[in-house]
Design a protein around this ligand. Structure first.
Ligand code: NOJ
Length: 530
């Protein structure tokens, strides 16, 4: 069980409105009480924060906004004292444009070796005024920006995130050094950002299709020249050798928006990464058929390489599942929700989110939680547009709302300023005025609260070793039910419109109240002693 901490929004010790490492340390008991095994922290490195820290200017330090290396060491020590492992984020596809390498490349000019660390090219057209090819940025607009001397550089994300040239041994060596730097400081692993993007097809052949890092379910699979190139695997094999040379268990989990499952499995072969995020599961529609298919395909997908399956419902890039699931007619995982958009049904969303989480927590493998979901936190769906900070909002020319709504600071104390996020009254993104309802102190120990549900589900998951289990599909399967056994627990989720009878047996936990006659209401999951 790995809990994602988004440092900007977790807890703010110094009161500047932005979360920090000392804030995280001060709230580690929450994670230990919840019963997770590890925390993964999104980037806290020096950065101009044009993409909330995924634009790293120095890979071997802590941004003063978040604290110091000493604060980091104290955090690791405090985590270990509570039996929590620490995973940090590694951003190898691109640096910040503030990184010394990019600054040197700009100064050194066309043709210089300093430019080889990135993808600089001449433009097309008589004066090179057209980008070198038609690649689009994931955040919208062209993936190329022109510098004053006339050359263009590639950035698959924001223009402040130039893509590195991984064909260069110097780039590879730099990241080996970065891995060692954090491993030496005691980290247990790395979450690898854009793991499918590091190598580009040689010659950068044109690709004019819209740039989404996902092959959506059902879409015809084609490998775009910037994603999932075979060459990335040599990089992870080399990293794996570095990790394995350290004592203890050190791990890597890849963020690779890759499909189909066989391509995905290549990232988690025995000599590469340990895990990869399962975004197909995250995107599976809320129907029994789709959920069952996603579970079966996920488990079958990792089987050939003998890797651990992973599960995730929310993170800092997608609409929180408590809101996503609050739409009757389908939902979007990305793009955000804002004032003027169709708004989710909060009660429906939360009911389904609790059912979805209990379903997820019953599955064998590793599950990832995103801060705040254990409080039932919804997306901030009415964030004023003038508060938005996500580059997606700007690069899409205000067509895509972006990801700010899932990044709003966590409410800890119902009655405190900024709901206990920090001593200051203003957080970097405003929290909805009624979020005291979701504060951790309003839910802790309260029967039926979402925090109590997560805590109990995690306790049972551990006691019954569900993470190490094997699924046996049940007889109650049908259009409306997902029904399986994992060891000593039978799991039933009702996706239908009417209550479903439950088989005999002690109900260990349910995501919502059972009906008066003991049946399982719609959008509810029950764990029954098998
Ligand atoms: C994936 C990260 O999760 C996202 O937040 C970031 O914007 C992109 N990679 C670019 O680094």
């Amino acid at each position: 069980m790995i809990y994602q901490v988004y440092p900007r929004s977790f807890a703010d010790a110094d009161g500047d409105g932005m979360g920090d490492l000392r804030g995280i340390t001060s709230r580690l008991d929450h994670l230990a009480d919840l019963g997770v095994d590890a925390l993964w922290m999104s980037p806290f490195y020096p950065s101009p924060q044009h993409d909330a820290g995924y634009d790293v200017a120095d890979y071997r330090d802590v941004d003063p906004r978040f604290g110091t290396l000493e604060d980091f060491d104290a955090l690791v020590a405090a985590a270990k004292a509570r039996g929590l492992r620490v995973v940090v984020d590694l951003v190898p596809n691109h640096t910040s444009s503030d990184h010394v390498w990019f600054q040197e490349a700009l100064t050194a000019g066309p043709g210089s070796t300093k430019r080889e660390r990135y993808h600089f090219r001449k433009g097309l057209g008589p004066d090179g005024e057209q980008p070198p090819n038609g690649w689009q940025s994931v955040f919208g607009g062209p993936a190329w920006t022109r510098v004053p001397d006339g050359e263009w550089y590639l950035h698959l994300f924001d223009s402040s995130q130039p893509d590195l040239n991984w064909d260069l041994p110097e780039v590879r060596q730099m990241f080996i050094d970065v891995l060692r730097f954090w491993l030496d400081r005691g980290v247990d692993g790395f979450r690898v950002d854009v793991a499918h993007g590091l190598i580009k097809e040689s010659g950068l052949p044109d690709w004019t299709e819209a740039q989404v890092p996902i092959t959506s379910p059902g879409a015809e699979h084609r490998t775009p020249p910037m994603w999932d190139q075979d060459g990335v695997h040599d990089i992870y094999r080399e990293w794996r050798r570095v990790l394995d040379s350290y004592e203890g268990d050190r791990m890597m989990v890849g963020e690779a928006w890759v499909s189909p499952a066989e391509r995905m499995a290549r990232y988690i072969r025995p000599d590469e990464m340990h895990q990869a995020f399962n975004f197909s599961y995250l995107m599976a529609p809320w129907t029994a058929t789709d959920q069952r298919a996603a579970i079966v395909e996920s488990i079958e997908g990792v089987a050939p390489v003998g890797a651990v399956c992973t599960w995730v419902l929310s993170n800092h890039d997608v609409v929180r599942h408590a809101s996503r699931l609050g739409f009757e007619a389908g939902y979007s995982t990305q793009g955000g929700i804002g004032v003027g958009d169709a708004q989710p049904d909060e009660a429906l969303g939360l009911r389904r989110a609790r059912a979805a989480t209990m379903l997820m927590l019953s599955l064998p493998g590793s599950a990832y939680l995103y801060q705040g979901e254990e409080l039932g936190l919804p997306e901030h769906t009415t964030l004023p547009d003038d508060e938005r900070q996500d580059p997606t909002w700007f690069r899409s020319k205000h067509e895509v709302r972006g990801r700010d709504g899932c990044r709003v600071p966590v409410p800890w104390e119902a009655a405190a300023p900024s709901f206990g996020f920090g001593p200051g009254s203003a957080a970097w993104l405003p929290q909805p005025a009624d979020w005291g309802r979701f504060a951790a102190d309003a839910e802790r120990g309260v029967p039926g609260s979402t925090l109590s549900l997560y805590t109990e589900a995690l306790r049972l998951r551990r006691t019954h070793q569900l993470g190490r289990g094997v699924l046996q599909w049940g007889t109650g399967e049908g259009e409306d039910l997902v029904d399986f056994r994992n060891g000593g627990i039978r799991v039933i989720t009702n996706f239908g419109q009417v209550p479903a009878p439950l088989p005999p047996g002690e109900v260990l936990l349910a995501s919502g109240d059972l009906a008066a006659d003991g049946s399982l209401p719609p959008d509810t999951t029950a764990w029954i002693r098998a």
